[in-house]
Design a binder for this molecule. Structure first.
Ligand code: NAP
Ligand code: ZN
Length: 335
């Protein structure tokens, strides 16, 4: 098999450099994807900076992948060369634990991430276990679909898990890659959506994406005004804030779900949790079955990432723009 060409981080925080590796024989249960598009998720930036202490250098980032199957192992069923497919954060799981048996592979303790301890999608090709490679519905364009494979599923899952419906009021904190898709899916479920943002200039677009209300979180007063209103608040922010204000913003039995990863432990008083039977939770990506469902819902309800296409060779420039919170709303590398 020919070498795989990509861009790799060689040390924490370093610029990506050209890199290639030998993929070896294709495992019988794996597929290889010729990548056309790969979104830049903020998790890639966390990995490049080694914020989570799990990065293994050198590595090729990228886990919002769309492309065409270029090779399929001998045991692969249902996917063939040329099929348009997607691959997200997860590339494998043990397949036999209680969580895998329930079809909740994203909770498997042996989860293998596409670009942790292996090479991801800022490249010409990538390989993964076929169970984690999903067909892309025809109605979705590759560039707008790529971010759904991580950002999309991560915000879709809690909407399903917490039973969001037309009766729900949902808040979304942080209107970036994840947040701008969260607004759209919450609207598709019929909920009334409020966007919480540090960027006042995002208000008009947040409303176009489906938010009925916009709270500028730099204004402490505006945050206090929404006390007791939400059934579900999804936080995609990756910076610390006064989380007690968001707990106060929940209705009784409401839940604040963290999907954005925070630099420091969260400190919260328990009284507002006890008195309103409120909950604080976290949520990781979603299972392959959920990803298929999410893509189908996106295709039928017109949910798509708003993207800025960038040639693969300019990944470093795009990463700098993500760091500055300047991308509207997802940079997608294109081959
Ligand atoms: P992103 O595109 O950079 O968006 C993050 C948003 O957070 C920004 O657009 C900004 O929105 C807000 N923000 C930035 N700085 C802030 C600050 N100082 N205070 C408050 N808000 C701030 O990132 P992303 O790709 O959406 O990823 C967001 C987080 O989710 C990352 O931590 C990532 O690792 C994590 N993630 C988790 C999972 C999971 O499975 N749980 C999956 C994917 C990603 P405003 O301008 O609107 O304030
Ligand atoms: Zn991601």
């Amino acid at each position: 098999m020919a070498q795989i060409q990509g861009l790799a981080a060689h040390a924490a925080g370093a610029e990506l450099l050209k890199f290639h590796y030998e993929p070896g024989e294709l495992a019988p249960q794996d597929v290889e994807i010729a990548i056309t598009h790969c979104g830049i998720c903020h998790s890639d930036l966390h990995l490049i900076a080694n914020d989570w202490g799990v990065s293994q250098f050198p590595f090729i980032p990228g886990h919002e992948i769309v492309g065409a199957v270029s090779a399929a192992g001998s045991l692969v069923k249902g996917l063939g060369v040329g099929d348009r497919v997607g691959l997200g954060w997860q590339s494998n799981s043990c397949g036999v634990c209680e969580w895998c048996m329930q079809g909740r592979e994203n909770l498997c303790a042996q989860i293998e991430a596409t670009c942790v301890g292996r090479h991801g999608g800022y490249a010409d090709r990538v390989r993964a276990n076929a169970r984690f490679v999903v067909p892309i519905p025809e109605a979705l364009e590759s560039e707008n679909a790529a971010p759904l494979l991580c950002a999309g599923i991560t915000v879709y899952s809690p909407l399903r898990d917490y039973g969001v419906s037309a009766a729900s009021r949902v808040g979304v904190i942080g209107i970036g890659g994840l947040g701008h898709i969260a607004i759209q899916f919450a609207r598709a479920f019929g909920a009334e959506v409020t966007a919480f943002s540090t960027s006042a200039e995002k208000e008009e677009e947040a409303r176009k994406l489906g938010a009925s209300h916009f709270v500028n979180t730099r204004e402490t007063r505006a945050l206090k005004d929404v006390a007791g209103q939400f059934d579900l608040i999804i936080s995609t922010a990756n910076a610390d804030q006064d989380w007690s204000v968001y707990v106060q913003a929940l209705r009784p039995t409401g839940t604040l779900v963290f999907v954005g990863v925070l630099p420091k432990p969260v400190s919260l008083g328990v009284f507002p949790l006890i008195s309103g039977q409120r909950a604080v939770a976290g949520s990781p990506i979603g299972s392959p079955a959920r990803i298929r469902e999410m893509l189908d819902v996106a295709a039928r309800h017109g949910v798509k990432a708003q993207t800025e296409a960038v040639p693969m060779a300019k990944a470093n420039e795009a990463i700098e723009k993500v760091k500055k919170n300047k991308v509207r709303y997802r940079a997608v590398l294109a081959n």
